[in-house]
Design a protein around this ligand. Structure first.
Ligand code: ATP
Length: 202
């Protein structure tokens, strides 16, 4: 799954529409302190479905919206769009009709987040699964933030295993197993209720 473009609008310090081309090979972002390098990485995590405000260095999800500056008022929404090269048609069948797959996440004050995949409205889960199945996503070990290496070295084995599972692309299977277990429990409860009714009728 190759990312080709990242577009930001009103996301953190990127108040004006910004379009970044992601060329093939390794991408490095350089710039003076506070120019927004980490914000770019956070935009990438956010559009892939990150839902923990702490991972965005904020207290609430709306903190990703441009908060205003001395000369500019705050914005009411933030939008990040990620373009993915789909020429090998690796996207799920329903989104597989084009060479470019666009993932868009938009947050509006007091209205929460909305996602689009290939122009169609989808749930956060659909976006998270798309990336998890491709061994990437908001928690991908390929996105290394400051201090993460020492965290990993000092991590408990269980947490380190989670990193390996993300890299192996099996974290999406855990989510599906959890959902299947919930459905199974609900079905078992329904069966128990049917048994009760049958007992009463007997
Ligand atoms: P460093 O090299 O010091 O790690 P950096 O280039 O990674 O810095 P960032 O941490 O990405 O910089 O950007 C910090 C800047 O983003 C700060 O100036 C901060 O005020 C600004 N910023 C963060 N959130 C918002 C927001 N919601 N609205 C406006 N500006 C914001």
């Amino acid at each position: 799954m190759r990312f080709t473009r990242l577009r930001l609008n009103g996301f953190k310090s990127f108040v004006d529409p910004t379009d970044l081309v992601i060329a093939e090979g390794l991408t490095g972002v350089v710039g003076p302190n506070g120019c927004g390098k980490s914000n770019l990485l956070e935009a990438l995590r956010w559009v892939m479905g990150e839902n923990r405000p702490t991972a965005m260095r904020g207290g609430g999800m709306e903190d990703v919206i441009f908060a205003g500056a001395a000369t500019r008022p705050a914005r009411n929404f933030a939008e990040v769009s990620l373009l993915i090269d789909n020429s090998e048609r690796l996207a799920p069948a329903e989104f597989n009709d084009s060479d470019i797959l666009e993932v868009v996440r938009r947050i509006t004050r007091d209205a929460g987040s909305a996602y689009k995949l290939g122009g169609k409205e989808v749930r956060a889960r659909d976006v998270q699964m798309l990336f998890a199945d491709a061994s990437t996503g908001a928690h991908s070990p390929a996105l290394v933030r400051q201090g993460q290496i020492s965290e990993l070295i000092n991590a408990k084995p269980r947490n380190r295993r989670r990193v390996l599972e993300e890299a192996a692309g099996i974290s999406g299977l855990y989510q599906r197993r959890h959902e299947a277990e919930l459905r199974l429990n609900a079905a078992e409860q329904n069966l128990a209720r049917v048994d009760d009714v049958l007992d009463q009728l007997a």
